[in-house]
Design a protein around this ligand. Structure first.
Ligand code: GAL
Ligand code: ZN
Length: 677
């Protein structure tokens, strides 16, 4: 079985490149020629161009000038490189904002932004959509068949929302459709008799905001859904002419870290492959912790399309927008690049190729600095990554066959954060999901990140942290997964509200999950930040923080019991056999060691093993990719101080040395890439 799924079928190799904005040097094209030479020296084979080029491409309304793109794409092609071509809608020319103010965004106070910044556009405006369609059509006609162009990069980092009248009306239509035109249906779903907030007509509904309504949780949730829906609609409008003219070229959007505004599980439907911009804050604390979080997002982007993704942006040194912009220490850039590949990326791309001379990003890391030479530590590190990617090129296109998954769900996050209850100081959804992901990461087990409605059938274990919003469809999904033999590990707050943020009646977890887990959840003790409680597993005590939920057993048996508090002796972690599977419920939040003990026993029990044969030291992890025949193992050491030796499961071919080895020997910030023989 061949399991290669290359994101860009026209170029089935690792992509090594950068965001390239050559229009900044249109008056000194000698720099373009130097760039081509440096590109070759840096072992780069791709450039992403056109990302913010609109004012160069259409300097006056309807007056198009593609000469710079013609020239640069030809130059890259002549150097042997490929191009990922962007649509320019992330920023617009001044004339457009002057002529058509409706293209600019309106804030929640009803004020329209002036011209400036980027991503400052209304996603409903018919004029903006028409302008975008026009330029995208011309780009597709002109470059769609160019042999260098391998994919489309649609806009840049879609984000934010607009409160203009066009958007308000679109929101009202979205709600009309959702509630079958019945305002009574909406009132029931929004529980609007509370505080006399009953609506008489859809036209009365405003988006939630600081000077309108914030207390109707169903409305807040629907606004988030609408922002996702309308952004997707905008993307569809961008993609339509492109697909008509270049049906074979795949499209992507560049997504982000800990991104809140859009439900990417949904947005994935309108793109052909996923890509994202990764900027971890390396060296700010334990690099193992930082690596695990970055890994979570790599895993998410791979899971979105269940195939390789592209690392669209990363910095080869530091960024310029964090409180402290530290360059990566020697070794970390290559390791962080290989991390992306280990998790399923088919590219390592940087922001940016060459540092701007002026404006806001002039001190952002780049492959080529203001000195303009190849003689820098950063350039040599990029060269090294390119050299390694060439050596392991056979891995491009291979997939990850994860047997574990975490449910991370945007709608659940929005509802959780919005709910007034538990700890309003912060629900810590990201952190909680990371803490469970870490149970797989630190053991060298591949893990997908999926939504509550995803097909779970291929997983041996699924973890559903804080799945507060559980609608009937999700509950059914979880139930049949367990019934058919899956192991589901859920936590406190499971099954509390439905898709409209209305509390489930008749005890929780709702929608039949009480029977599946053999428990009912009665109340939650919320701990103050300095407070600690404890629970014991087989006589071993563990520290608990934040939440201790009190549950009653109805068929489940305890795996852990509370060791103190007024719930001493009651169940803290339960287990219940249901159908052919296992339903585990962790009622408390622990500091880490309880999970560690429970997962060690559980993973042994269900026979889910590591990608390597020996336990991994702190900060070391292992991931795999496969083409269905060969398995590739990546072992990575995020300790900048300690070397590590890791036993492989069988003698393997070290792709970087050509030797056959049974152990991976990793210096600080070192890694190994192995192939099964
Ligand atoms: C990204 C963005 C790039 C650049 C980069 C700097 O979010 O897409 O254009 O601004 O950040 O880190
Ligand atoms: Zn708008």
């Amino acid at each position: 079985m061949n399991k290669k799924l290359p994101p860009c079928p026209a170029f089935q190799h690792f992509i090594h490149g950068a965001d390239y904005n050559p229009e900044q040097w249109i008056d000194d094209k000698s720099i373009w020629d130097k760039d081509m030479e440096l590109m070759r020296q840096a072992n780069c084979n791709e450039m992403s161009v056109g990302i913010f080029s609109w004012s160069t491409l259409e300097p006056r309304e309807g007056e198009f000038d593609f000469s710079f793109l013609d020239e640069i794409i030809d130059k890259i092609h002549a150097t042997g490189g490929k191009v990922i071509l962007a649509t320019p809608s992330g920023a617009r020319p001044h004339w457009m904002a002057d002529q058509y103010p409706e293209v600019l965004r309106v804030n929640p106070f009803g004020q329209r932004n002036g011209f400036g910044g980027r991503h400052n556009h209304c996603f409903t405006s018919p004029i903006y959509r028409e302008k975008v369609r026009k330029i995208n059509t011309l780009l597709a006609q002109r470059y769609g068949k160019h042999p260098a162009v391998i994919a489309w990069h649609i806009s840049n980092e879609y984000s934010g929302e607009c409160h203009c009248d066009l958007c308000k009306n679109a929101f009202r239509d979205f709600l009309r459709t959702k509630f079958d035109g019945s305002i009574d249906n909406l009132n029931r779903a929004y529980w609007s008799t509370f505080w006399s907030h009953t609506y008489d007509d859809f036209d009365q509904i405003d988006p939630p905001g600081p000077i309108t309504e914030t207390g109707i949780h169903g409305l807040n949730l629907d606004w988030h859904r609408f922002v996702t829906h309308q952004t997707m609609d905008f993307i569809k409008n961008e993609v339509a002419p492109i697909k008509e003219i270049t049906p074979d070229l795949p499209v992507t959007i560049n997504m982000m870290y800990e991104f809140y505004d859009l439900d990417y599980h949904k947005v994935a439907d309108v793109i052909d492959f996923a890509s994202w911009d990764s900027y971890p804050e390396w060296h700010n604390g334990d690099d193992a912790v930082i690596a695990e979080k970055a890994a979570f997002w790599h895993d998410l982007y791979r899971s979105l399309k269940q195939k390789p993704f592209l690392l669209m942006e990363s910095t080869p040194s530091g960024v310029n927008w964090k409180p402290y912009n530290k360059p990566k220490r020697p070794g970390m850039d290559v390791l962080a690049s290989i991390q992306a590949v280990a998790h399923g990326s088919d590219s390592v791309q940087y922001f940016q190729w060459r540092k701007s001379r002026g404006s806001s990003e002039k001190f952002h890391g780049a492959v080529v600095g203001h000195d303009g030479t190849a003689d820098t530590r950063v350039f040599r590190s990029v060269q090294e990554t390119g050299r390694i990617l060439k050596m392991v090129d056979e891995i491009a296109g291979t997939v990850t066959d994860a047997k574990a998954a975490i449910i991370f769900d945007w709608e659940n996050m929005w509802a959780l954060d919005d709910c007034q209850g538990y700890a309003n100081a912060g629900k810590k959804y990201f952190e909680t999901c990371y803490s469970y992901h870490n149970e797989f990461w630190k053991r060298g087990i591949d893990c997908d990140i999926v939504s509550r409605h995803a097909d779970l059938s291929k997983y041996k274990i699924v973890v559903a942290p804080m799945l507060y919003l559980t609608d009937g469809t999700a509950a059914q999904n979880l139930t049949s997964y367990i019934k058919n033999g899956g192991t589901l590990y859920a936590t406190y707050m499971l099954g509390t509200v439905d898709e409209n943020d209305l509390c489930h009646f008749g005890g929780i977890p709702g929608c039949g999950l009480k029977d599946v887990f053999g428990i009912t959840a009665e109340e939650i003790d919320v701990l103050y930040p300095s407070e600690r409680q404890h629970a014991s597993v087989d006589g071993q005590e563990h520290e608990l923080v934040d939440y201790c939920e009190v549950i009653n057993l109805h068929g489940a048996k305890p795996l852990a019991v509370y060791a103190d508090g007024w719930y001493k002796g009651l169940c803290a972690v339960s287990e219940h056999t249901f159908g052919k599977g296992l339903a585990i419920y962790q009622a408390c939040r622990d500091s880490g060691s309880l999970k560690d003990q429970v997962f060690s026993q559980l993973l042994d029990r269900i026979g889910l093993t590591s990608n390597v044969a020996s336990p991994l030291p702190h900060g070391v992890t292992a991931h795999s990719r496969t083409d269905g025949k060969n398995t590739y193992i990546f072992v990575e050491n995020y300790s900048g101080a300690d070397s590590a030796i890791v036993c492989l499961t069988t003698p393997m071919l070290n792709l970087l040395t050509g030797d056959t080895e049974s152990t991976a020997s990793l210096p600080p910030y070192g890694f190994g890439i192995y192939k099964t023989k």
